[in-house]
Write a protein that binds this ligand. Structure first.
Ligand code: SF4
Ligand code: SF4
Length: 357
């Protein structure tokens, strides 16, 4: 991140960075609100159906313009964006190091006891209050978002100098890798932006080559409907048959294209107590999740992002993972699941039985 170049606001920007550190953020930068070339492709991407069932991506403003295709469409009043990040990495192994396919995989970001949305938003609110104080403006305006706003955080993170958008579409920081939760504050303050983070992917294509469902349309472009993260979390009902085998042992999300990234080798680990992993969620037993009652699901994942997959979705995913395990020990349990009252779970269990039998 560069030093401020406009004396009139230099102190203010430094105060914001310092307040971000005090609020518990590892990284903080300022992005301009000018149009981003990365978003020009968004309407075409959406029209091609790559967003699948994520209808919220299609939200439009009163003029009918796609909000996510330009910050000006979503928040024309905003003058600058404060982008913050928290490292959530832990010392646990990567999915690519886990050889036991009779156990499942939950994405690294979902291992903790708390939902990161709540933790990051709480810290953003503290910072937002400080920025308002610093501004001294009665008509100061701001919005804070953690994943929920009509904006594309990873593009703003690039222009705030937090990290470049890798060919795997994740934000990568030179020191912290890509294990980052992002939070943004749109503000009505005119602040001097940081320099964009330069792309350091070079000629590497590890992430593109490693994806088991061929979800990349090309470098920097993802067909979400083929991505295991989408299939295990966002997709309701039937998972397309041709993608099930590629899902391997994934139950919730997928880390493969981050695990193979050289910038994540030796990435630093989080200092946040809230993001320490729960042992039972690292490489969990498939039987545990497949047999879980609805009440147990509710209490176990009450404050976890895993609840987004829903009870039906998580058991469906466990059945698919059993089918991909090549281990016949799951046959009795799959036979039971194939008679499940949830038709979705039952159908995926029958598919899994076919794979094992
Ligand atoms: S998260 Fe997994 S499925 Fe999705 S693009 Fe990356 S490697 Fe492919
Ligand atoms: S694996 Fe290579 S190409 Fe992919 S994001 Fe990392 S550095 Fe970039």
């Amino acid at each position: 991140m560069n030093d401020c170049t406009v004396p009139a606001t230099a102190q203010l920007e430094e105060a914001i960075r310092s307040a971000a550190r005090a609020a518990g953020f590892d990284l903080c930068g300022i992005a301009p609100v000018t149009p981003n070339s990365e978003l020009e492709y968004f309407p075409q991407w959406l029209a091609a159906g790559h967003g699948g069932e994520m209808k919220y991506l299609e939200s439009r403003n009163d003029s009918g313009a796609l909000k996510r295709s330009s910050l000006g469409n979503a928040a024309p009043w905003a003058q600058s964006v404060v982008v913050c990040a928290i490292n959530y990495n832990s010392e646990r192994p990567y999915s690519t190091e886990s050889k036991d396919k009779t156990r499942g995989w939950i994405s690294r970001y979902a291992w903790s006891r708390t939902d990161y949305h709540d933790v990051v938003l709480q810290r953003l609110r503290a910072l937002e209050t400080k920025i308002k104080e610093f501004s001294g403006q009665d008509d100061f305006r701001s919005w804070s978002y953690v994943d929920t706003g009509p904006i594309v955080e990873r593009v703003l993170a690039k222009y705030a100098g937090i990290g470049w958008q890798g060919k795997n579409t994740c934000v990568i920081n030179q020191e912290m890798g890509s294990w980052l939760f992002l939070g943004v504050i749109l503000t009505s303050l005119e602040l001097t932006p940081d320099l964009p983070a330069p792309d350091r992917c070079g000629s590497c294509t590890r992430c593109l080559d490693a994806c088991p469902t061929n979800a990349f349309i090309g470098p920097y472009k993802l067909d979400a409907t083929r991505c295991i993260s989408y299939l295990t979390i966002e997709k309701r009902g039937d998972i397309p048959g041709e993608l099930r085998a590629g899902m391997g042992n994934h139950l919730f999300g997928c880390d493969i294209c981050q695990d193979v990234c050289p910038w994540n080798r030796g990435a630093s680990v989080t200092q946040s107590a809230e993001f320490q992993p729960r042992n039972e969620l690292v490489n969990p037993a498939l039987e545990w999740l497949a047999e879980m009652s609805q009440e147990k699901f509710r209490t176990t994942f009450k404050a976890s992002p895993i609840k987004r997959a829903k009870y039906s979705g998580l058991r469906r995913n466990a059945a698919v993972a059993m089918g991909n395990s090549a281990n016949r020990k799951f046959i009795p349990q799959l036979k039971k699941l194939s008679q499940d009252e949830d038709a979705n779970v039952a159908e995926h269990a029958r598919w899994a039985l076919e794979q094992l039998e």
